[in-house]
Design a protein around this ligand. Structure first.
Ligand SMILES: [Cu+2]
Length: 176
């Protein structure tokens, strides 16, 4: 799993934005770059895991600015999260174990600093997919407390920045 922060650039139409490297073609990026710039056009559903194999299904609404679960807990197993982005913008779905929302290590902009998480805490993530669409993330989860969040940092045309975590796109989930 990439330990990088997802940074979306909504101002893709602005002059100069074409220099940003698209997802997946990072070979030429320098090793010390720990953020990635994504063009908004790159958002597409790439399911994580095999949803049809899941032992418990949780419906998840992603919206501005919530992560709403159909149930707050599930027995240990292969948990399939059916993600429904009801907003007009891309969101993602990050699964963290054993770190409460208030304990999350933050970058300067208030987003989750994934690289600063304890070893093994980052279970996996469904990368950003377009608003109005659905996607799935299926994770083998053992008993414990989980934090589920969207870690998109989004730069608007006017230079303001929306940090989805800070806006409230985080919730907790218990596996028993
Ligand atoms: Cu989001």
């Amino acid at each position: 799993m990439r330990g990088t922060k997802t940074r979306w650039v909504l101002a893709a139409m602005a002059a100069g934005m074409l220099v940003f490297t698209a997802c997946g073609s990072s070979d030429s990026e320098e090793a010390d770059v720990d953020t990635e710039e994504h063009m908004i056009e790159d958002a597409k559903c790439e399911p994580y895991g095999v949803f049809s194999d899941s032992t418990t299904r949780i419906d998840v609404v992603l919206d501005d600015w919530v992560v709403d679960l159909s149930q707050p807990d599930a027995p240990a197993g292969l948990i399939g999260f059916a993600l429904d982005d009801q907003s007009e913008m891309p969101h993602e779905f990050v699964v963290v174990k054993g770190v409460t929302p208030t304990e999350l290590p933050l970058a300067d902009d208030g987003s989750l600093d994934e690289d600063a998480l304890p070893e093994g805490a980052l279970i996996g993530e469904v990368e950003p997919f377009p608003g109005g669409e659905t996607c799935e993330g299926t994770f083998e989860l053992t008993a414990g407390e989980y934090t589920l969040l969207c870690n998109i940092v989004e730069e608007n045309d006017d230079g303001t920045i929306d940090v989805h975590l800070k806006e409230g796109m985080v919730t907790t989930f218990t596996v028993t």
